[in-house]
Design a protein around this ligand. Structure first.
Ligand SMILES: [Cu+2]
Length: 68
């Protein structure tokens, strides 16, 4: 299992946090997601055979946020 931290711009409230968490959790291979509004980041545990950081970032961008 791999863990990556993705910095996210554009989250302003807990609703944004929930949205990010939902899209990441919905991806194949993602096992655990922790999203912090304070730190503006998502910590994601994923199976490297099924997911990669580029996919995680793409899903965040699709949800309307900026992954940096
Ligand atoms: Cu919000």
């Amino acid at each position: 299992m791999d863990t990556t931290v993705v910095k996210i711009k554009g989250m302003t409230c807990m609703g944004c946090v929930s949205s990010v968490k939902r899209v990441l959790t919905g991806l194949d291979g993602v096992k655990a997601v922790d999203v912090s509004l304070d730190k503006a980041q998502a910590t994601v545990q994923y199976d490297a055979a099924q997911a990669n950081p580029a996919q995680l970032k793409a899903a965040i961008e699709d949800a309307g946020f900026e992954a940096v």
